[in-house]
Ligand binder design. Structure first.
Ligand code: PDD
Length: 288
């Protein structure tokens, strides 16, 4: 295998040579933002949407990304090319940069640190066909979940609790209201209508979520951005979660409650087909 090339603060370097300063604020405070972008057939899927969200997260955190949108996009394209990624992902992170540890922001001349690297990754086709299980976990995160920030401790604790019990995902709830997965958005189907939490400060407005909304709208599937309760989740006809890496993932069991017939529901399957078709159109790959 060739030695992977990564991007670190303006340079393309071999991974073993990529060293991060101990006073980087991303490392010390989680003071930064990130994106995970999918690559299919060597092509980037929903690139502009991810890049736009990165700049929006930066603005919400008062963080200046030291590259223009187009420059940063070409860095992503170059990484995919040099690492010859066919099916995989790009991870990109921007922290507030390196400065002596202090809580308030450093002076304006401190430049943000940008890193990016690629990873080979297959589509989770088996799980998409069979469905996965999830666990309900109280949402203990902060109130700005709309920012794709590096501070993921709440998400990690939720995922760990679910994973340690053999579940694929933790579906989080604030009291009675279901918010989202620990690394995905959550959806239910009720009377043929898809419901998902509105894009407020309490969830990350997923790019996959937006593609699903667009596909549902185009194909006459009712899609409603409205909160639903834990009881509504458990009595739903279908449940699915969605993210860049999981795509449209059916959830067939939550805790010990079987959802529907315990197999992926028909609307979820239809959305998977539409989503695969969209990938095929955008990235010229085979549909499932
Ligand atoms: N996670 N909600 C949360 C909390 C997430 O972490 C993610 C994605 C999503 C879905 O967003 P998108 O469709 O844009 O991937 C929703 C990424 C994949 C991660 O942290 O690895």
């Amino acid at each position: 295998m060739t030695v992977e090339t990564v991007f670190l603060n303006g340079e393309f370097v071999k991974r073993k040579d990529a060293k991060v300063d101990i006073e980087d604020r991303g490392y010390q405070f989680g003071d930064g933002i990130y994106e995970v972008i999918r690559v299919y057939n060597g092509e980037v899927f929903t690139m502009d949407e991810h890049m736009e969200r990165l700049y929006q997260s930066a603005e919400k955190m008062k963080l200046k990304i030291p590259f223009e949108f187009k420059e940063l996009s070409s860095i992503v394209f170059k990484l995919i090319e040099v690492n010859e990624v066919q099916e995989g992902s790009v991870y990109m992170q921007v922290s507030r940069g390196i400065s002596p540890r202090q809580h308030h922001f450093p002076a304006g001349d401190v430049s943000g640190s940008v890193i990016a690297y690629t990873k080979e990754m297959k589509r989770p086709l088996k799980q998409m066909q069979e469905g996965v299980t999830a666990m309900l976990v109280e949402d203990i995160r902060w109130l700005r979940c709309d920012i794709k920030s590096l501070n993921l401790l709440g998400n990690l604790l939720a995922k760990e609790e679910a994973a340690s019990r053999g579940h694929f995902e933790a579906i989080q709830h604030r009291g009675e209201t279901v918010t989202e997965g620990s690394s995905s958005n959550a959806f239910i189907v009720k009377d043929g209508t898809i419901f998902t939490h509105p894009a407020t400060n309490l969830i990350l407005n997923g790019i996959t979520r937006r593609v699903i909304k667009e596909l549902a709208d185009k194909n006459g599937v009712p899609f409603v951005e409205k909160t639903f309760t834990v009881d509504e989740l458990l009595s739903a006809e279908e449940i699915f979660i969605a993210s860049t890496t999981s795509e449209v993932m059916p959830v067939v069991k939550v805790d010990d409650v079987t959802i529907g017939q315990g197999v992926p529901g028909s609307l979820t399957t239809k959305l998977q087909e539409l989503f695969s078709k969209r990938i095929k159109e955008d990235c010229k790959v085979q549909a499932v």
